[in-house]
Design a protein around this ligand. Structure first.
Ligand code: SF4
Length: 253
């Protein structure tokens, strides 16, 4: 049965470059196929393992395509050198992060390892203050991501695509965004559009595959999703059977 092509997000539609848009669409469709194959395999095996493997392959696709962009585009190396993003710079880790349900499940699964006990506690502690805040109130609240510790992302290998796609040429501009009071216009962040679009199209491809398979494919806020999965360990398996992961506001533990 033929399927509808993925719908490109606004950030990609806004690009004034049809060949790049076509390439991004092809990457999104490739990731859709990877995740679809993972879903089929996971269903036949009766475990989530193959789907988690598909997520890991999607991460590698994003890494390879992002690296390839900076390597091959005209002026790419200079563009990369102009980025302000560096270890210890964490202004973007105080923002609202959206994830696909698959990313949430993959990250939750990785955090179940004993060495992530502190991160699980940090998520539980942060959830009452964070869950329910929209993007702007969350920014203005200046609450750090619970996975941030000592200036580092403690889940760097499994961090969301949204985090992977955030680039800036000015840490001062990022700091200014964080410092702007709620309701005032935000300073502009200069960032290369294609790497950000790549991260966005990965999410679109993943969610398309989830939707094709009848699984929830609405993006979720990161902390809310992780907190829900941690408090209801059967939620991941139930999601794979077609139920929704439904974060709720909650009181302090
Ligand atoms: S997941 Fe990691 S990179 Fe993303 S906001 Fe949290 S600490 Fe920052």
């Amino acid at each position: 049965m033929s399927r509808a092509a993925i719908t490109l997000p606004g950030i990609i539609e806004a690009l004034d470059n049809e060949p790049v848009k076509a390439q991004l669409r092809a990457i999104g469709e490739r990731v859709r196929d990877i995740v679809a194959a993972g879903i089929d395999m996971a269903r036949s095996e009766g475990t989530l393992a193959s789907l988690l493997d598909a997520h890991a392959v999607a991460v590698k696709v994003l890494e390879a395509e992002s690296a390839g962009y900076f390597r091959h585009v005209s002026g790419g190396e200079a563009l990369k050198a102009a980025l302000a993003c560096a270890p210890g710079c964490t202004f973007c880790c105080y923002l609202y992060v959206e994830v696909t349900p698959l990313e949430a499940v993959a990250l939750w699964h990785a955090l179940r390892d004993d060495r992530y006990a502190a991160q699980r506690q940090a998520i539980a502690a942060a959830a009452p203050r964070v869950v329910g805040l929209g993007p702007e109130p969350r920014r203005a609240a200046r609450l750090p991501c619970p996975l941030l510790a000592n200036g580092q992302c403690t889940a760097y290998e499994t961090r969301p695509f949204a985090c992977r796609g955030l680039y800036s040429t000015s840490a001062q501009a990022c700091e200014a965004v964080l410092a702007t009071p709620l309701g005032l216009p935000l300073p502009a962040i200069r960032s290369p559009a294609v790497p950000r679009a790549l991260a966005a199209v990965l999410g679109v491809g993943i969610n398309a595959a989830l939707g094709d398979a009848g699984l929830q494919n609405r993006t979720l806020e990161l902390v809310a999703a992780l907190d829900t999965l941690e408090r209801t360990p059967a939620a991941a398996a139930r999601w794979f059977k077609g139920e929704a992961i439904s974060p709720q506001r909650r009181e302090s533990p």
